[in-house]
Every structure is written in structure tokens, then in C-alpha cells.
Design a protein around this ligand. Structure first.
Ligand SMILES: [Fe+2]
Length: 322
């Protein structure tokens, strides 16, 4: 059986149902492709990749249930939220929670890799939309085509921003950068940085960046109990899962399947984001810090540490440095 561990975002083979969204005047404003369809009751691991074109509308909208986490690249963009607008540099991340209206202004081609949860747009919807485009390419432009409901799940149009106050991006709550982490934990060969906390996502996930030094290694438990999703934004990392080996590089998504023991080795300095976000890294590190300060013997007790990691869903058994 073939399992797709590695999803290169730049390989068109991985663009599921690419679409082009146009303004009413016909100008292209978004080239979008679904990269991964959501799974489970929280609709986790929905991934999209879009390139936006300069456009007059900020397309302000909000969601009633969905959370969005966007990785931006290629060019700076204007981000509108909470009565403020800021220029967000490439490399930043934005977080959009339910009932937080948000809009974006683009001045050059700008790329967004999006990770969603609680936005229920399953594979069946993708297939049905693709079928509609094939059979009736103009259907969505017809005045009698339904405007709400199943057409776009949980995307509610908001008024366009007027008189928003311009501020530095650091003053926007939803903008995150690896240079301004919410928490940092250092180990030999790797620095973990929290960009999005679990209390900001309805408790569903948290997003950490792992800054790996060349030679850093990590090995999982024999049968990890959850599929994990990682996003490599810098460097090269070799993964071994079961008896399969592959190298992930910049702009690759990596899926590590439930039950598959894996090993990671950074072949260069690398940055890898935990975008599946299931491990409770923050609680794990806080608990470990407390134990470290109060009870060094327990920290050295392998069984106690195994139990601590299991409690917080951490499947990393060992880390090291080559
Ligand atoms: Fe949104």
C-alpha cells in the first residue's frame, strides 16, 4: 500500500481541484488549490495553498465555527482586523478565530498556505464542486444559483474596512512570527517556539516551530497513536517511517501516519512547524519545568518521563545529535 507521507506544495500533482476565483469584473483575485482534506470531528488538517493577485476589495468576512492559520510568503500584505490595519511581512503567520472579521489587501502576488479546523469542507464537497465546474462551468455565475448554505460553508461576508487605524503588525493580536514566540523551550539541537497556543484555538491544537540544528535527530514510540502533520519552511529533513525513507524540504507538508514508528534527522539547519498540533507541548514543557525545579530524581526516572509524555500526547521517545 502506498501512503503519501510527503506533499510538496510546489508540485502540481498535489493540487487537488485547483480553482481560480475572479472579481465580478472578471479579474483573477485568487488561484487556490486544496492540498489536504479535513479529517475527524474537528475537521483537522484541512490545508489549502493560494496565490492572491492585487485587488481592490479586502474580501472581509468571518466564520461562525472555523479557525484559520495562514502562513504568508512572497510579498507583504495589508491585514485588516479589529479596526486596525497592518502591513504583514512575508514569513509571518496570522490566526483568525470565529467571529473575528478579517480581510486582506494585496499589492503584489502573495502566497498563503492555510491550515484550518472546524471548517467542514470534506472531500465529497471538493468532488461535487469539480463535477459542477466540468458539467456546468457557468452555473455559479447564474443569478438563480444558491448563494448560501452548501455553496460556501461558514464564510460570512462582512462590510469592507473603512477608516481602519494603521499600526505596526506587532500591535495586531492575530499576527505571529517565529521571532516573537509566545513560549520558548531549548534542548540540545532543537529550539521549540510556540506561535499559537491551544487556548486560542478552542483547545483543538497548538502550533510550534521546531528550529533544528544540522544533525538533530528524534525518534518516535514504536506505535504512535495519532497521525501528525508537519510543515517544513527551511532546510532539509530526512524522515524514516516503517521501512520508507524520504527527504522533506522547504514548502513540503509531511504526514506521519498513526502507528508508524518514525525517525527524523535534520540534514541542514531546518525549521519544521507542527501544524497538526495535537501534542500538548506547552503543558508538557511546563510540567517538565516544574519537575526539573522540584524533583530532579523524577526527571531522571525514564518511566515517569514516559508517563508525562503520554499524558500530553507526545510520541517522541528520544532526541539526539549526530
Ligand atoms: Fe477567513
Amino acid at each position: 500500500m502506498e501512503y503519501q507521507y510527503l506533499i510538496d506544495l510546489n508540485d502540481e500533482k498535489n493540487w487537488l481541484f485547483p480553482i481560480v476565483n475572479r472579481e465580478p469584473n472578471g479579474n483573477v483575485w485568487e488561484e487556490a488549490r486544496t492540498i489536504h482534506y479535513p479529517v475527524g470531528k474537528e475537521s483537522l488538517m484541512r490545508v489549502t495553498d493560494s496565490v492572491f493577485h492585487p485587488q481592490p476589495s479586502a474580501h472581509c468576512h468571518y466564520h461562525r465555527a472555523a479557525y484559520e492559520i495562514f502562513f504568508w510568503s512572497m510579498a507583504p500584505l495589508d491585514y485588516y482586523a479589529a479596526g486596525k490595519v497592518a502591513e504583514v511581512p512575508p514569513g509571518c503567520i496570522t490566526l483568525h478565530r470565529p467571529y473575528e472579521p478579517h480581510g486582506f489587501g494585496f499589492h503584489a502576488l502573495t502566497r498563503k498556505v492555510g491550515f484550518f479546523h472546524r471548517m467542514d469542507m470534506p472531500l465529497e464537497d471538493g468532488i461535487c464542486s469539480a463535477l459542477l465546474r466540468e458539467k456546468q462551468p457557468d452555473a455559479r455565475r447564474r443569478p438563480d444559483f444558491p448563494k448560501a448554505g452548501a455553496v460556501m460553508t461558514d464564510i460570512v461576508r462582512a462590510e469592507d474596512p473603512v477608516d481602519y487605524r494603521r499600526v505596526p503588525w506587532q500591535e495586531m493580536d492575530g499576527v505571529r512570527s517565529i521571532d516573537r514566540p509566545l513560549a520558548v523551550e531549548r534542548f540540545d539541537g532543537v529550539t521549540m517556539k510556540m506561535l499559537i497556543a491551544r487556548w486560542e484555538t478552542g483547545g483543538v491544537k497548538e502550533v510550534w516551530a521546531a528550529e533544528m540544528e544540522k544533525g538533530f535527530t528524534a525518534a518516535s514510540n514504536p506505535w504512535p497513536l495519532r497521525t501528525e502533520m508537519l510543515y517544513v519552511t527551511k532546510g532539509e529533513v530526512r524522515f524514516t517511517v516503517y521501512d520508507d525513507t524520504f527527504i522533506a524540504y522547504k514548502e513540503c507538508i509531511v504526514k506521519l501516519p498513526k502507528y508508524g514508528e518514525y525517525r527524523i534527522e535534520a540534514l541542514s539547519d531546518a525549521v519544521v512547524y507542527d501544524v497538526g498540533g495535537q501534542t500538548e507541548w506547552f503543558l508538557l514543557f511546563r510540567d517538565r519545568g516544574s519537575i526539573c525545579a522540584s524533583d530532579g530524581a523524577r526527571l531522571a526516572d525514564a518511566e515517569a518521563m514516559r508517563e508525562l509524555k503520554a499524558r500530553h500526547g507526545c510520541e517522541i521517545r528520544t532526541i539526539g545529535k549526530n
